[in-house]
Write a protein of this length. Sequence first.
Lengths: 208, 708
Amino acid sequence: MPSQDPRGRSGPSRRDFLRGSGVAAATAVLTAPAVDALDEARAAELAQGPPVLSGDTTITLQVNGQAREVVVEPRSTLLDTLRNRLDVTGPKRVCDRGSCGACTVILDGDPIYACTTLAVSCQGHAIETLESFDPEIVPAAFHRNDALMCGYCTPGFVTACKALLDKNPNPTLEDVRRGLDGNICRCGTYVGVLQAALDAAKALRKEA
Amino acid sequence: MAEWPQNPRLISTEIPRVDGLGKASGRTKYPSDVHPEGMLFAAMLYSPHAHARIKKIDTSRAERIPGVRAIHLLAQEGATLRYQGDDIAAVAADTEEIARDGVRAIEVEYEVLPHVATESQAMAEGAPRVNPRGNVQKGRAQINGDPDAAIETADAVIEGEYSVPVITHVCLETHGLTVRWDSDRTITAWSSTQNVMGVSQELGGAFNIPPTNVTTLTEVMGGGFGSKFSADSWGIAAAELAKKTGKPVRLFLDRAQEHMAAGNRPSATGKIRLGAAKDGKLVAMIAQTHGTGGVARGAGFPLPYVYAVPHSRREHSDVFLNGGNARAMRAPGHPEGCCLMEAAMDDLAEKLGVDPLEMRLKNLPEGDFKTPIYEAEIRLGAEAIGWSKRKPRGQAEGRGPIRIGYGMGLHTWGGGGAQDKQVSCIINPDGSVELRSATQDIGTGARTILAIIAAEVLGLEVDQIHSNIGNSSFPPGQASGGSTTTPSMAPPALNAATQARDELFRRVGRAINEDPAGMSLAGGKLLINGKEAMSFAEACRKLGMMPISVTAGFSEGLTSSGVGGCQFAEVEVDLETGVVRVKKIVAVQDSGLILDMLTWRSQVYGGVIGGLNYALFEERVMDPTTGLFLNPDMELYKLAGASDIPEIEVIAYHTPEMRARGVIGVGEPPTISTAAAIGNAVSNAIGVRVPRWPMTPMNVLNALAQVS
């Protein structure tokens, strides 16, 4: 299992986690010497591993192309760090446990849920929030198609849409649905949202 | 009524909302985003038990945590907590993380009391009492005619029990506010509310200062759906913390407490006997209904609904249990009444062998102005969904285990406005125009509607009007509920803009020695006797130093009330898994004169998607053993995502007669009949009634199991 490296993005993926559990289960039937060997290997890995962080910790995050120094706690989420400490309030806190997508930001090109990502794990990685997007492309398509009502889920949808189009500039409606399925809207703006994503793709292709 | 608007240039066209780009680019600050200098973060401690007495509270450990600045108790020792999520205390700290530490460090000794968490628990003989007057409180029976005699004369009678569960609002921005004391007698509150004036009044009342000393600001807000009319206990707690610490405080509920304590839509269960003559004409209804608003009353709903029932008796009880109190939710009572009525109508049509559509046409109230509207809407909807493809119940077509079904439902709503609201229109010498009112835009497009009206009058573009609302210090505006905002605010906006325009003509006329009677505004220009004289901005410069500021109110003839509307659903149901997929919804809606076709459509789409959620997914699940709310989150409390959205065809019933009715609100009506139509479509597909909403695999399979 990869360690929680404060200098790099951590985040054991589900696959890593399952693989890790498999190792743990296998360990149970290993002989004692084998277990000792494994423990030694782990201890060695830990010895040169990340420092244990505690209390106020100063980190630097690359947010929308700017280096932002900020004091966080190791437990501070990326979302709360952006919103509460850096006044980057585009991403919203809604479910606070990675099920609604309102907190979506782009980390090294991938959309992630900032509410379930630790800020300390994001050092050295490029964090983009929707405030940095060209307002004439994705946000404008949302605006034109009235793909928002109260607007609280909208930043997450706009960000997920941008991340989708960065990777797939020519999505089908089904691609768009899949790309935005990690986000939830309560006002019921989906019809406009799907159209906005397709329109934004068209606008991007024209620009390219 | 038809004098306004004459030859509109903007009204009834598709105009993107004026605040849309700010929201879509993440730049607009919500009440939960603002961060006044020195702000502290607050978090709530709430009851972990369904029913308990607080024996002891010790905050000393919490107070010693570095960074915790103040603690405010909302419940004292000896107080009874009546549901999981009930308020106990609020903690303000330098960071949100520390505020939560503070919450965890408060030591509370509880005496856990027996609870009733479900309706069957609450209604059981000898159940612990939530309300001293009993858990089941019967209202007076509503009787019309002689139902007992009449039902004996019916050719067919059905008896069914139908139910709709408690659901919650799930506002994406949780309830809360950011609050600052500007002096020892003045407050600024950035509140996520549907009612800026109400929040000022409540905060003023709580601290014994005039409401005018409390400025409530809601530039935008993240959803209310009827649950955000109050400053709430936690809002007052935040202001207490701000007062104690001398610093601004931000307090927004966490997601779990939002579900538990910030409102819900009551359940509705009805045992209904409905009888009709052979031709489908209704004869009588006898219904016993109940519902729960948790610890509060308020589980009423209309029944009979929409249709003319010559003889009826309806007995209703409110059931009290250890759950958060109900609040108004989008079209309060109507989706519930609609589901129950429309299910019974369909079951009866089935029994009679009458086409459910024909049965509905037959039972529209005679002489009601809405009847011809419904008739026209039903025709349009039936055509759009392809009603002719519908097979009688039990004969649905499909492939493999999939069956296709069709269903429909009708609804009604008021949607008229208040007559005591005001708007100011300010025309500045630099040519800028501002509207002001203490109403707010909860996502409906109210801000845009006001700008459209003024732009139409002043011959300007919509983005040239600064529609400044969401500020309690402005002239009194409407609270946003019951589809009343637009009909309340459109007349004063029109009157203010018109009077401001006329004042502009008078003062420009004086300045350039022209008769104001010959003046008009169009295309950003001032015209004299139809000829372009100068730009609007130039005309405004003639005002010198003194802006025009006009405050105007209501006038007759611009609005009305009372709408119909019908919806049709096509669904596919898998008989083996019980999974329902909605393929298409058709929503036909009238709402008088439509001001902005784009935002109007969004309201209808949103209403339908809300209804689809009620139909398929939403349910508050209470655990009878522990009394706890099992799904206060957004993964087990399910809402539709992009892949769940069917084709939705919105048909605006917007004939000249409808336009002539004037402005009527549209927030509520389109969310009412969706769940009813889907429920009927499911029954049509699988051949049996699914009597419980939502149409989850479990409820669908249970219904199938009943007959096999």
